[in-house]
Design a protein around this ligand. Structure first.
Ligand code: ADP
Ligand code: ZN
Ligand code: ZN
Length: 807
């Protein structure tokens, strides 16, 4: 059951369902007073418990989960500490669960008793006329919004009976078809008679006879200007029959199919292709890290490896970050593979999503392209699983089960003896480390495929601006001049405004110093309320410094907030430019994101200002300048991955400049021009970044050297939240002692950097260990212990293995 309880429930299979019930099927079952959908994970001849209740219904013809996906979801539940039911639930498209609702049935034999209110009479007469109805249906006809009291009163008097019925979120949609009955084709003379007596019937019939013998009725109505009576007449003569066919709500694609065809691979691409194909031909599980600068032709390699897999009778999954499911990317796939492809993205309605999923399950498609959850695509015979932009954080799911799609992709490939290709210009430190230690094979594409040069990157030292123009300058002179000249030349500009989360910190504008925790090597977060700085790993605190620790400059800058002013400033500085903003606010709603990019692509926008979402996956030849307004905000996040994420973001956004024939220019504004993440990004040098970063991780004991688990306590009451965090801390440390786990480190508890979310106060406790297994054990026993000793029902504990992002 999709509940947070990690144990299966036992139900009886009624005789009527006995020959259909199978492992992997959905089953509608009663649980307490409700009806819910669960999944059959095992069948047995006998039950060890008494008085088991029967299954209500099996809504599908066949299993929704293959043996492979059952095993995979079980692994996810184990590894990420969720229940199996939660893992199963997240592997099927949202919205297909069946829940129950109440329906009211009139008890005719009770009708004579008593007096009724006006409203009660209305309800009774409706039920009398139309049979059982739900509250919603009754409300509509009785013209009242809240009928609960009326209904409850009638039920209490025995006049109505409430019964539970199952209700599907989404159903299979069907369409009516007309089909020629081959055995009944009349001799020519009868057809001639039909043509004379009933020309309309004859026209439809001859069309079916000479054309496609099976056609949607709507198509026939339209084509021949006939109505249902004509088809009925033909049906009456046993010439045709009508049937219902399930049909797929194939989403409308507005993808641009103009994209050029297949390329002859260059030498680097060929080497990568050969390595992947060799493993594929040997049916050997192998993970590859395909590291190639933006525009090096990674996608071309994916396409050709997939093509090869299809030719060998195997199927493919291609994961991309949600944000890169742009018409451009998908268009390339559609162009190459046409109908054999299903695309899963968040713009689809629940019904469309479900249908795409079923097409994959039934073997109608061979390739599934989609964001995170497409890793569960029910394709049989997987040959390749590709994770594009493998470093992207959107692959990590934020709710239970908190899986990482990249790691699930590797697991799926392993289970299928398939090839997993992780592609990125800026691999995650974990993945690169794996390629160094032999867990995966690294393949490199060091040059752009089109021979376009990587853009020149200039780093503007904002400390210098401060000295000359005072603190808190938003736009340096160098960037301002560059924007002026690009606009004058009718070229386009992208400005990146780093604004992730809300974690203010203190920085010296004269020397670039940032207040850090000496133990955890992460930035201290500023808490305006208490007026102190705090480490979000270990809870170390210090007062807000008045002057810089290093150079004694004041006033210090408070960064990480308040960036709305930037757009106003730009409007004033460039009054003639067409400026648009792209962030979570302006792109809300279906297609909002694509709309802005469409206008930008068409040249209707001169300057596009945006958050990280503008950094990825777009290819606009008109862009010749990319400016990064505040590189430091990313570096200042209280997260051990802050440098990694900043390096990735800067490199990705730099890759947006100069993809056309004009060379590009990138300008990065920073107070920390000597930070290794910024220096390496300015040189497009991953290796240099990695060597510095991996040494830091090693020294501090962060992943990939140790695994991390984060335990988060949430509660609306701030005091109870804190006390629960302290209790959690005691439990964890006690468990570590009892289990005899040496080398396990516990950090915290500390209030989360975003202290309060949805009215709940949050505290974190991080646990580090070299052994994933030990972490897992600690997380499990801690959760049980914590539940037993919980300080209140309203205190929640969330367990996150391999956590990502700021917490
Ligand atoms: P990436 O996925 O690494 O960003 P793409 O596959 O999108 O790179 O390739 C970048 C550009 O180079 C695209 O316009 C693509 O059509 C082109 N391209 C890819 N491979 C080749 C090749 N072998 N020869 C010529 N052009 C290529
Ligand atoms: Zn200083
Ligand atoms: Zn600390």
């Amino acid at each position: 059951m999709p509940l947070p309880l990690d144990r299966p429930f036992t139900y009886a299979i009624p005789p009527s369902l006995q020959d259909r019930a199978a492992k992997g099927m959905r089953a509608v079952v009663p649980i307490r007073t409700r009806i819910e959908t669960g999944y059959i994970v095992d069948l047995a001849d006998t039950a060890s418990v008494e008085g088991i209740r029967p299954i209500v219904d099996l809504p599908d013809e066949r299993p929704v989960f293959s043996e492979e996906l059952l095993t995979l979801t079980r692994w996810i539940a184990d590894y990420y500490c969720s229940s199996w039911g939660e893992a199963l639930q997240c592997a099927v498209p949202a919205g297909i669960q069946i829940r129950s609702k109440l329906r009211y049935v009139l008890q005719h034999n009770q009708l004579t008793t008593g007096r009724f209110t006006e409203r009660q009479r209305k309800v009774i007469s409706e039920l009398y006329r139309r049979g059982p109805l739900t509250e919603r249906q009754l409300a509509r006809v009785a013209g009242a919004t809240a009928l609960s009291n009326t209904l409850r009163a009638l039920v209490a008097r025995g006049i109505l009976r409430a019964e539970r019925i199952a209700r599907t979120g989404i159903s299979v949609r069907t369409e009516t078809y007309a089909r020629l009955i081959e055995q009944h084709i009349p001799p020519p003379e009868d057809l001639a008679t039909l043509q004379r007596r009933a020309p309309k019937q004859a026209a439809v019939y001859l069309d079916l006879l000479h054309g496609d013998p099976e056609r949607p009725v709507t198509e026939l109505y339209e084509k021949h200007g006939v109505d249902a009576a004509v088809l009925k007449a033909l049906e009456g003569k046993s010439l045709i029959e009508r049937l219902e066919r399930a049909f797929f709500r194939t989403p409308e694609h507005h993808w641009d199919r103009e994209e050029a065809g297949k390329h002859l691979l260059n030498a680097d691409q060929q080497r990568a292709y050969d390595a992947a194909v060799q493993a594929l031909e040997q049916s050997r599980f192998q993970t590859f890290l395909l590291q190639g600068v933006t525009g090096s032709g990674k996608t071309e390699v994916y396409l050709q490896v997939i093509e090869k897999a299809l030719a060998m009778g195997r199927n493919a999954i291609m994961l991309v970050p949600e944000i890169s499911l742009t018409p451009q990317t998908v268009g390339r796939f559609m162009k190459r593979f046409d109908t054999r492809i299903a695309v899963l993205h968040s713009g689809l309605g629940a019904g469309e999503r479900y249908d795409e999923w079923r097409r994959a399950q039934q073997g109608d498609v061979r390739i599934v392209v989609g964001a995170r959850s497409a890793v569960f695509a029910p394709l049989p015979h997987l040959g390749v699983v590709i994770v594009d932009e493998e470093h992207d954080m959107s692959y990590k799911q934020a709710e239970n089960p908190r899986y990482h799609a990249r790691d699930v992709a590797i697991m799926r490939a392993r289970m299928n003896n398939a090839v997993c290709v992780l592609g990125s210009a800026t691999p995650s430190v974990e993945s690169y480390y794996n390629s160094e230690t032999g867990k995966s094979l690294r393949l490199e594409l060091p040059r752009r495929a089109t021979n376009a040069l990587l853009p020149e990157v200039a780093v503007v030292d904002m400390r210098q601006e401060t000295r000359e123009r005072g603190a808190n300058v938003i736009l340096s002179r160098q960037l301002e001049e560059a924007i002026q000249s690009r606009i004058a030349a009718h070229e386009q500009v992208i400005l990146l405004l780093n604004r992730r989360g809300y974690a203010p910190f203190v920085m010296c504008p004269q020397c670039g110093w940032v207040a850090q925790c000496p133990d955890c090597q992460v930035t201290l977060t500023y808490h305006a309320k208490g007026g102190f700085l705090c480490c979000h790993y270990c809870n170390r605190r210090r007062e807000v410094p008045q002057v810089c620790d290093v150079c004694s400059f004041n006033p210090l800058l408070f960064l990480g907030t308040g960036t709305q002013k930037v757009e106003d400033l730009l409007m004033r500085s460039f009054p003639d430019a067409r400026i648009s903003r792209m962030d979570a606010d302006t792109t809300a709603g279906k297609g909002g994101h694509a709309k802005i990019l469409g206008r930008f692509g068409a040249g209707d926008i001169d300057i596009l200002v945006g958050t990280q979402m503008i950094a990825k996956g777009h290819d606009y030849p008109g862009v010749t300048l990319v400016g990064v307004l505040n590189a430091d905000t990313g570096l200042g996040f209280p997260d051990f991955r802050a440098a990694e994420n900043t390096f990735q973001l800067l490199t990705q956004v730099a890759g947006r400049a100069g993809r056309g024939d004009r060379p590009g220019q990138v300008i990065i504004q920073t107070y920390r021009p000597n930070h290794y993440a910024i220096l390496a990004a300015s040189k497009h040098n991953y290796e240099e970044f990695y060597q510095r970063e991996i040494a830091q991780r090693d020294a501090a004991g962060y992943p990939p050297f140790r695994r991390m688990a984060n335990l988060m306590v949430e509660c609306e009451d701030p005091l109870l939240a804190e006390r629960s965090a302290m209790a959690l801390d005691r439990i964890v440390r006690e468990q570590v002692r009892v289990l005899g786990f040496e080398g396990v480190e516990v950090l915290g508890p500390a209030p989360a950097s975003v202290r309060r979310v949805k009215k709940k106060y949050r505290w974190n406790l991080a646990v580090l260990s070299k052994s994933a297994k030990r972490l897992n054990t600690i997380a499990r026993v801690t959760r049980e212990d914590f539940a037993r000793n919980s300080l209140g029902d309203n205190v929640q504990l969330k367990v996150d293995l391999d956590p990502y992002g700021v917490f």
